[in-house]
Design a protein around this ligand. Structure first.
Ligand code: FNR
Length: 418
C-alpha cells in the first residue's frame, strides 16, 4: 500500500479509478451498452443486488488502539496453499465482451499476484490457454475450475479431467444457476443467446462437445442479422478452427450455441449426485451458491471440501437474502470447512467484515471485470492491488495484525443503529 501512496507523490496517476462507484461509471463509459448491462445487471428488480450492499453497510467496525500492528500478515491457508491475500477471483463468464484479451489478461494479473483465478465454465478462452498464460508469469500460480453440471456425463468428466490436467487445485460446482435468472436488462435487449456465444470456449475446445457437434450445421430458425448479432456470431465463430466465415456460413457456430444452451445445465441434479462427482476427481469439491445453514449441513454430510456463500452477485433469485446475512449460519453449520463469501465485496472494509463474520476468504466479481474492461491486465492488476492495500490498512487501523486476530473477534463488529 506504501507503493500506491508514494506513486501518487511522484505524480503517477492510477490507470483505473480507485473508488468502486467511479470504477463502475468509467467502465460503463468504456463498454458497449450490452456488455455493461450484462455485467452490471442483476435478476428481476435487482433487490438482492442492493441487499448485498446494505448487508455490509449494516455492520460497523469497532477499531482497537495501541496494539502492535507494525508487522502485518494478510496471508491465509486455503486447500493446502498459502495465499498472500484472503481473496480469490470469482468465475466470470463471457469476459470477451469486456476486453479482447478476456480471460488471458485476468490470468496474467492473477498469476503475477498469486491470487487464485477461478476459470469459468462460461469463459471466453479455454482453460488450457489461461493455465499456460499463468505459467508464463508464475509457474504453478493458483487456479481452480468452476463447473456448470452439464446434462452430458461425458462432458462433465471431460471438463473435470481437463481441469486436473491444467493444474486446477479445486473444483467449484456452481449450484445456483441450473437455470439462468430473470435478467431484465438483458431481456430488454434480447441479446443473450448471441452474447453467450462469446462464452462457450470451454465447450468448443472440448473433445466430447466437439464430437457431439461433429458435422452439425444449424437447421434452427435463423436470427435476424443485425450488425450487433453479426458481431456476436462472429465472435462465437472465432472459437472454431478455420475461418470464421466458414463456421458462420456452415451454421456451425450457431449450432454450437444452441447445443450449449441445450446441454450446459442439468436442473435435476440433487445431493445424491455428488457421490458420482466425488468418484471422478481427486480435487477438493467446493459448492458455490449456498445460502442456507441447512444446505451447509447437507454439504458436510455429503463430504464436500468447501463452500462459497453467494447469491451470484444478485443475478439469480431476485429477493434472495444478502450473501453476508447468510454467512454466520453457514459458518456455524460447517465449522470445519473453508467458507468463501462473495456478492458485494467492493473494498477493504467489506473483506474485513466478511472475515470477522467467519469467512475464510472472499471472492471478487464485478470489480475486476470493470478493471479488465478499462485497462486489460493492468486494470485487473490495479483493482487487485488496491483491494489488497485497502484491506491491509483497514486491518491494521482496526487493531488486527493478522487474519487470525480478525477471525478470533479481537476487533468487534456492531450493528449500525442509525
Ligand atoms: C458471474 N458469476 C458467475 N458465476 C459462476 O459460477 N460462473 C460464471 O460463469 C459466472 N459468470 C458471471 C458473469 C458476470 C458478468 C457476473 C457479474 C457474475 C457470478 C460470480 O462468480 C460471483 O458470484 C459474483 O460476481 C459475485 O458478486 P459481485 O462481486 O459481482 O457482487
Amino acid at each position: 500500500q506504501q507503493a500506491i501512496y508514494t506513486a501518487g507523490m511522484s505524480g503517477h496517476k492510477p490507470t483505473v479509478p480507485i473508488d468502486y462507484s467511479a470504477l463502475e461509471a468509467a467502465a460503463e463509459e468504456a463498454m458497449s451498452r450490452e456488455a455493461f448491462a450484462y455485467i452490471a445487471g442483476g435478476a428481476g428488480r435487482e433487490s438482492t443486488m442492493s441487499a448485498n450492499r446494505r448487508a455490509f453497510e449494516r455492520w460497523r467496525i469497532v477499531p482497537r488502539m495501541l496494539r502492535d500492528v507494525d508487522s502485518r500478515d494478510t496471508s491465509i491457508e486455503l486447500f493446502g496453499r498459502r495465499l498472500n491475500q484472503p481473496f480469490v477471483l470469482c468465475p466470470i463468464g463471457v469476459l470477451e465482451m469486456a476486453h479482447d484479451e478476456a480471460d488471458i489478461a485476468v490470468a496474467r494479473a492473477a498469476a503475477a499476484r498469486g491470487v487464485p483465478m477461478l476459470f469459468s465454465n462460461q469463459a471466453s478462452r479455454p482453460m488450457e490457454d489461461c493455465a499456460a498464460a499463468m505459467d508464463t508469469v508464475t509457474p504453478g500460480a493458483p487456479r481452480w475450475f468452476q463447473l456448470y453440471w452439464s446434462k452430458s456425463d461425458a462432458l462433465v468428466e471431460s471438463l473435470v479431467a481437463r481441469a486436473e490436467a491444467c493444474g486446477c487445485e479445486a473444483l467449484v460446482v456452481t449450484l445456483d444457476t441450473t437455470l439462468l435468472g430473470w435478467r431484465s436488462r438483458d431481456l430488454d435487449m434480447a441479446h443473450l443467446p448471441f452474447l453467450l456465444g462469446q462464452g462457450i470456449a470451454q465447450y468448443t475446445s472440448d473433445p466430447v462437445f466437439r464430437k457431439s457437434l461433429a458435422g452439425a450445421s444449424d437447421n434452427g430458425p435463423r436470427p435476424k442479422i443485425t450488425t450487433r448479432t453479426l458481431r456476436n456470431v462472429l465472435a462465437a465463430a472465432r472459437h472454431f478452427p478455420g475461418s470464421s466465415l466458414r463456421a458462420l456460413t456452415s451454421g456451425e457456430a450457431l449450432a454450437a450455441v444452441r447445443q450449449f444452451i441445450a446441454t450446459y445445465s442439468r436442473p435435476n441434479i440433487t445431493w445424491a449426485d455428488l457421490a458420482w462427482l466425488r468418484e471422478r476427481t481427486r480435487l477438493p469439491i467446493v459448492l458455490k451458491g449456498v445460502l442456507d445453514g441447512a444446505d451447509a449441513k447437507l454439504a458436510v454430510e455429503h463430504g464436500v471440501d468447501g463452500l462459497i456463500v453467494s447469491n451470484h452477485g444478485g443475478r439469480q433469485v431476485d429477493g434472495a437474502r444478502a450473501s453476508l446475512d447468510a454467512l454466520p449460519e453457514i459458518v456455524a453449520a460447517a465449522p470445519d470447512l473453508p467458507v468463501i463469501l462473495d456478492s458485494g465485496i467492493r473494498g477493504g472494509a467489506d473483506v474485513f467484515k466478511a472475515l470477522a463474520l467467519g469467512a475464510t476468504a472472499v471472492g471478487l466479481g464485478r470489480p475486476y471485470a470493470y478493471g479488465l474492461a478499462l485497462a486489460g491486465e493492468t486494470g485487473v492488476g490495479e483493482v487487485l492491488d488496491n483491494l489488497a492495500a485497502d484491506f491491509e490498512l483497514t486491518m491494521a487501523l482496526a487493531g488486527c495484525a493478522d487474519i487470525a486476530a480478525i477471525r478470533a473477534g479481537d476487533t468487534r463488529l456492531v450493528r449500525d443503529e442509525t
